[in-house]
Ligand binder design. Sequence first.
Ligand code: AMP
Ligand code: ZN
Length: 488
Amino acid sequence: MKIYNSATRKKEEFAPIEEGKVRMYVCGPTVYDNIHIGNARTFISFDVIRRWLIASGYEVTFAQNLTDVDDKIINRANEQGRTAAEVAEEFSEKFIGIMRAANVMDPDIRPRATKEIGPMIGMIKSLIEQGHAYAAENGDVYFSVRSDPSYGEVSGRKIDDLMVGARIEENEDKRDPLDFALWKAAKPGEPEWPSPWGKGRPGWHTECAAMVHRYLGTPIDIHGGGSDLAFPHHENECAQASCCWHEGFANTWMHTGMLLVDGEKMSKSLGNFFTLEEVLEKHSAAALRLLMLQTHYRSPLDFSWERLEGAENSLERIATCVENLVWAANHATGEADAERAAALIAAAERASAEFEEAMNDDFNTASAVAAYFQLVTEANTYLDEVAGAADPEACFACSAGIAGAFAILGVKLREPKEELPVGLLGVAGGLCGYTGDSVDDAAEAILAARAEARAAKNWELADAIRDQLRDMGLVIEDTAAGSRLKRA
Ligand code: AMP
Ligand code: ZN
């Protein structure tokens, strides 16, 4: 399996630290509002990555934090006359709920920043002792960027370039404009915790580094987030961790591309966002995921409602194909053509091999999904050509392959409506006096009644039968092997 490592800017053969096990961490949300589908893109991408690692046989431990103390939360609380803790609690719960609705697996470990203050203070103390951090007069503690010779390696930046435009803000007490806060002295009305440097709260970058170390142990195999987190967040996480513990922090850094609207990054501040909640009110989670999977996780993805509608249609096409394959297998009539069946089985095997190859090539979901779109086309052609005389084994191999691949990706297909609707009993009773309780026999009786009506040139009755069936979502397919009922 090859994974693109943003720190080395190369695709590398993936070799976990401990054989068969993967420890991964993906930065979670700052819980001050509902998440938008840009955030969701990052979380869904890492869900698919995690699912593929699991499907490949790895034992994956996945940790994701909740940033439940932050300026944005405090501002929101002040606006609404609530406490920061209340705001954080509300949006933590909403985040957990909406992720489940999007079929994103719960993390194995979900630490909250406010419950991890002790380990963070321990880490900051150690950094000060080792000369990598200093407490300022005002009670802030800063990390000394120039004390870390490898600073810039995660995001590919040079210290000198970073100096351009860097400045010290009025309320900061830094020695160097590049330094960043590990601990922020409390301002009146803000959440605060006691510390050796006075009351205050941790900085965002400190949070993730401390939690990775505490819950997964450093170095970890994979650290991820959106590409906008590479600098400064991930760079700063890594600087603290490596200066504190003198071991690697993350072997592979993975960053997802941004979700865009009309070419611009979707973000709260630009106001060009749709919340995940509102999108899932209008569309299925499976369609949203399919839309995302059709673009590689590292590429930008332009969102539009038309594209989402398109994904919804593709999803229906896939589900209908699976349904028709199962139905054809269960209702096969006549002798199946062995050569055609073998060709369909070969197509299913080819799709499976292409899927695996694409996923192992830095999670190329776009190609993986395309392999199965191709199989759907081939299966549809097969069903059309063989009419009722389908080969059950080939149909099942194909339907299981398609359903299995999408299940691995976390795309839930609707359940196949395998059997003919029970309502056919009533229709058959009304049309041709059928009184039994077998839906299949009722279908036969209806088809016979229609054939009779057509033979007698009773077009009115033949059309009435067709219309009634159409109302039930069924069509009559006339083939050389005879007529049969099919879902429309
Ligand atoms: P935040 O709560 O702002 O830290 O964002 C949570 C996650 O969403 C981070 O991993 C961000 O990188 C990611 N993110 C934010 N905006 C977008 C976007 N437009 N497209 C993809 N990921 C995003
Ligand atoms: Zn983080």
